[in-house]
Ligand binder design. Structure first.
Ligand code: S3P
Length: 447
């Protein structure tokens, strides 16, 4: 992955947003589609794959380990798998770019194969903690040589056969859960993950869909117990990837905040482990209707009809956090314009995402004139009740290689009195390459 030159853009208000749009495929499901297809025996196809840099980093890594992955002219992807246990030694370091999901899930896959892989990443990814996966994968027998603090670049020496473990997640993380389950695929016996707080369950759904023997129980304390039987044979699949709710979040909030807007976002995944933001926005008074609710690729999906709304601040129940963990930056923008106070807590994980999202959102919103108080694990925001931000002139925001910070402030610009200039929109290509184009097609102004 090459570093691109910074690409600044100014976003400004330009009247109501309107139209029908479709957001790209779900990032979490796209990564997993490539990884599981690459481990199946035979040819899988994927429709609606997110063609963002993060997912392309996963594709490149799976190719480097032996899978054949091609994009057809019709946009459909074809993957010839190597079979569980069949991953080959990559001849070069695996460049993970900005992608934490690629890194942590692939570490799980490599851990139970008899191969050595080096993982590298960009400046943002190289600051992110990997001990959360190094610890359980070491218990399974993999060996790691990492940079100080358990960071990238790191070298992983996988082992086969690996040792099955039972592991209770110390942090609510779908990436850690998935890394262990993926390592368990090529491990004899039963590998078990105990998840006290439920996180996105795409890995469980998809592993089952590919034919792995995976069960989910609940223990006496209410934790989910996920068990996978290893040395599985995965059967090739045809996968249809639904639209990414984490991308839909940006046009949804933009349409709520710009008075008079009327927008439909089609084909949005509404898996309950992902749809927390839309529920919270509805609790704040956001007019979001689910049209034509249906199933796509085993996931609940609907078209979202969103209209400009006067929002009211709320206390976001901390149990919502895992189902909207990537959506807090854009929720904070909505809260900054709502009537009254929004209180969020239990969000310490936001400090170790692509950036420290609590710090960047607090400082950026304050520079736009919002009233924000930052605590260790959340923000308290006193909203302006619809009075536009950036009242004293244009404001430039540094996105620090974080796609969701860049998109959140772009949306803030649409509800501001003056331009909001995002210093670098290039990272948006990791998850939502058509963001600016899509927002402009709804009537936003970006220059
Ligand atoms: C993801 C899990 C979440 C999320 C990330 C995607 C996944 O990370 O923030 O964008 O696909 O499993 P954590 O596991 O760190 O919470």
């Amino acid at each position: 992955m090459h570093q691109m030159a910074p690409s600044p853009a100014a976003f400004k208000s330009a009247g109501p947003l309107s139209g029908r749009v479709r957001v790209p495929g779900d990032k979490s499901i796209s990564h997993r589609s490539l990884m599981l297809s690459a481990l199946a025996v035979g040819t899988s196809t994927v429709e609606g794959l997110l063609e963002g840099e993060d997912v392309l980093a996963t594709a490149a890594a799976m190719r480097a380990m032996g899978a054949q992955i091609e994009r057809g002219a019709d946009g459909r992807w074809t993957i010839q798998g190597v079979g569980v246990g069949g991953l080959l030694q990559p001849s070069q370091a695996l460049d993970m770019g900005n992608s934490g999901t690629s890194t942590r899930l692939l570490m799980g896959l490599v851990a139970s194969h008899p191969i050595v892989a080096t993982f590298t990443g960009d400046a943002s990814l190289s600051k992110r903690p990997m001990n959360r996966v190094i610890e359980p994968l070491s218990l399974m027998g993999a060996e790691f040589t990492s940079s100080p603090g358990g960071r990238l670049p790191l070298m992983l020496r996988g082992i086969a056969p690996a040792v099955p473990i039972e592991y209770r997640l110390p942090v609510a993380s779908a990436q850690v859960k998935s890394a262990i389950l993926l390592a368990g695929l090529n491990t004899p016996g039963i590998t078990r993950v105990i998840e006290p707080v439920p996180t996105r369950d795409h890995s469980e759904r998809m592993l089952r869909g590919f034919g792995a023997e995976l069960t989910v129980g609940i223990d006496a304390g209410g934790a989910r117990i996920i068990s996978i039987r290893g040395e599985a044979e995965l059967k090739p699949q045809h996968i249809v990837v639904p639209g990414d709710p984490s991308s839909a979040a940006f046009p949804v909030v933009a349409a709520l905040l710009v008075p008079g807007s009327d927008v439909v976002i089609e084909n949005v995944g509404l898996n309950p482990t992902r749809a927390g933001l839309f529920e919270v926005l509805r609790m704040m008074g956001g007019r979001i209707d689910y049209l034509d609710e249906r199933e796509v690729g085993g996931e609940p999906v609907a078209d979202l009809h969103v209209r400009g709304s006067a929002l009211t601040g709320i206390e976001v129940p901390p149990e919502f956090a895992p189902s909207m963990i990537d959506e807090f930056p854009i929720l904070f923008v909505a809260a900054a314009l709502a009537k009254g106070r929004t209180v969020t807590r239990g969000l310490e994980e936001l400090r170790v995402k692509e950036s420290d999202r609590l710090a960047l959102m607090a400082s950026g919103l304050a520079r736009l004139g919002a009233h924000v108080k930052e605590s260790e694990d959340g923000l308290v925001i006193e909203g302006t009740d619809g009075t536009p931000l950036a009242a004293n002139g244009p404001v430039e925001i540094a996105a620090e290689l974080d796609h969701r910070i860049a998109m959140s402030f772009a949306v803030a610009g649409l509800a501001a009195a003056n331009d909001v200039i995002v210093d670098d929109m290039a990272p948006v290509a990791t998850s939502f390459p058509i963001f600016t184009e899509l927002m402009t097609s709804l009537g936003a102004t970006a220059s």
